[in-house]
Design a protein around this ligand. Sequence first.
Ligand SMILES: Nc1ncnc2c1ncn2[C@@H]1O[C@H](COP(=O)(O)OP(=O)(O)OP(=O)(O)O)[C@@H](O)[C@H]1O
Ligand SMILES: [Mn+2]
Length: 608
Amino acid sequence: MLSKTPRPQSLHREMVVMGGRKRGSGRKTREEQNQRLPSGNADPGLDTTSETNREQSGWECGSLLSMIKRNLGRSTRSIYLGLAFLSLTLHLLLACFCLSVLQTACVPPASSSSSSIPKTNNQHHQSISQSSSSSAASSSHKLPTVPQNEEQHKPNSTRLHLKDKHSFNRAAEREKKLIGAGKVIQKVKGHSKLEALFEHPLYNLPRPELQEDDWLLRVKANEHARDTGSDEEEREDPVNSDSQWQSASQEEGYDKVTWTSDVETHPPWLRFHLGISRWELYNRKDPNLAQLTHYLATQRILGAVQKTGGTQLKLLMSFPNYGQALLKPMKQSREAETDVNLFYFSDFERHNAEIAAFHLDRLLGFNRIPPVVGRLINVTTEIREITTDHRLSRTFFTSPVGNVCFYGQCEYYCSTEHPVCGQPHALEVSLAAMLPDLTLAPRRSWRSPWRRSYSRTKLAQWETDPAYCDTVKQTPPYNHGTRLVDLIDMAVLDFLMSNMDRHHYETFEKFGNETFLLHLDNGRAFGRHSRDEPSILAPLQQCCRIRRSTFLRLRLLSLPGFRMSDVMRDSLLGILWQAWCSPVSITIKDVIYDDLEGYDEDHDRWTG
Ligand SMILES: Nc1ncnc2c1ncn2[C@@H]1O[C@H](COP(=O)(O)OP(=O)(O)OP(=O)(O)O)[C@@H](O)[C@H]1O
Ligand SMILES: [Mn+2]
């Protein structure tokens, strides 16, 4: 069973959920053929370059010493020994220097992260980012987890440590690349193509001002809370205009909750939740986005339980200030391409696809995927030793080569033949920011009209009926508003990342049919870079309709100055196999849903 981490009850009281009445169905049904992969595909494949270098330098020093022994007299021996030590020291100094350079290039230290966050004119936001980054920094000091920054500063001591620690160090190199997921959200020095893209008018379109009911959640005004506090709990609650939200139950390891209705006191996950609107999950320019990704990548992990729902293994991780993240583990090397004989519904999920999908969605201007980062975790100290989930803990074992592995309990690939393994403890994972709890913000799950058959033999109706879209266009909710072009946006995203697994999508119930579509679950994207899958574009091709802003952005992304492959590379350096960033060419018919009316007399200037 899922052991749910309680969030402070008063938080629930303080939020006004403007949601719909019913809870979304959430659970998906599936008629998939339960095809199994041959074992042995899991290859954590840590980068061995740094190890090879170390081995080489060790070999040089060793052979130098033995040469000295054999060929030289006793009198000169001490001189050469001295030289050897000098050379060793220089090697270490050089390594130390390289590591510190690499580190500054990849992960800015927590304390300085606020300075690299995009500056806004909004003083209010600036102070939020500063206070929250310093709290992140202070809490990371007591981390027993991956102290990557500290270790990098002390290479001399860590090099000679225990085997486990040593391998964690090696793996930390990879973590820096992964945490690049957080980096790209921070200001890129110089003028990168990504930065230029986000400065383009197409990414800065004026928007109608949001009304009160365009926000998913709101903090209740204090007066209101006092006036309407009718139940027992609320009457007992000492909330007043200056009081703090106190956690009703002080859980071990959890921070004392000190949030007030003042946004500056809110942790990044809460600010993310409070920033969700009818039309997007986050505002790309919100400085909290960088805070949130930094938070996900560095916060101490306090809880890890299996997340129910879906078919493959994933964990719900908890942080001390009640933040949570959805973890998907690395199951195969980043370079592994999906076997051509495997159906899309039998494919492994890829942790790096979740990360890359967030970046692609963001650079298409959609902002419909919850922020995802990569992180290197310790499967022993950050899962096995802290989990309260017995169904998970009983699946841990040590592999023949001494790696700590587990497989959990789920429908697909949860068996000893498909273990998730550390090296020996270090494991690459993706961590996605959790959406607000369903009790606060119920969601509705919609079956995609272009869902695949999930059968080896059957075809779906849309695959055989050329007039399929005519039917869809007449069927609610696709017969009204933006739902159809939203679905086509999703098809464009899925085509670009080769995701054939979009069987459902979700919306926030509160917003009814006038809202964006959540692009959750992208784990089966980016599986095969060498072949396009045109059938993913069926909604576009059959309905012959597209949002004008999407069309213009795609056109912009095909220009040399903003080429999609380049901005993706900027965004994803080190996260995704580079083969995926080879140029993508898109041809789209001129069938436009004009969502830019009145904004752009001169739209050719934008993309020409
Ligand atoms: N960031 C998130 N925050 C909250 N809930 C989420 C988030 N991401 C996914 N979920 C929920 O968890 C469910 C399962 O996640 P996901 O779809 O990624 O798992 P899965 O095993 O790939 O599922 P499936 O096998 O059905 O494709 C989703 O249907 C969604 O409702
Ligand atoms: Mn999935």
